[in-house]
Design a protein around this ligand. Sequence first.
Ligand SMILES: Nc1ncnc2c1ncn2[C@@H]1O[C@H](COP(=O)(O)OP(=O)(O)OP(=O)(O)OP(=O)(O)OC[C@H]2O[C@@H](n3cnc4c(N)ncnc43)[C@H](O)[C@@H]2O)[C@@H](O)[C@H]1O
Length: 139
Amino acid sequence: MIEETSAGIVLFRKEGAKKLFLLLHYPSGHWDFVKGKMEKGETIHETAIRETKEETGITDVKFLDNFEEWIEYNFQYQGELVQKKVVFFLAETNTKDVEISHEHLDYIWMDYNTAMEKTTFDNAKTVLTRAQMLLSETL
Ligand SMILES: Nc1ncnc2c1ncn2[C@@H]1O[C@H](COP(=O)(O)OP(=O)(O)OP(=O)(O)OP(=O)(O)OC[C@H]2O[C@@H](n3cnc4c(N)ncnc43)[C@H](O)[C@@H]2O)[C@@H](O)[C@H]1O
């Protein structure tokens, strides 16, 4: 059994009165937020920032306080069970143009309701809803 931890960001940008969230199309078929595995010596924030840069080219990320959501899931990788934990932060960017890496198929900026439909997994939908609630309270 493999245990791994990833960190990612529910990344949003403002467009007029709207807030748009970034989703990536993963090669295994699902749509999810930017994230990736922790490397040795990194903090979870450092992982989230590095993965965001690597997977989207975005470097201007402003974290919001009081948002740290953990999810867990299992899957098979090369015949082994992987127990995975992922932490998501919430951050704003002013960058619209995304340069996806070879690790993803596509990206899209969507408002909350459309992103809720597009996001594949229920645990990610829960994270998105918590993000939206915090944004409604603070912005
Ligand atoms: N254990 C391992 N050891 C070494 N290399 C590895 C490895 N696992 C993957 N890799 C490789 O590492 C690279 C990716 O590295 P990273 O880019 O660093 O990793 P990641 O985004 O955290 O995850 P990844 O894309 O692997 O998988 P995900 O959890 O989204 O999706 C994985 C599975 O979980 C499912 N899943 C994803 N999100 C889920 C969720 N929220 N709930 C339930 N299931 C979910 C997906 O459908 C999919 O089947 C890829 O090249 C990959 O081939």
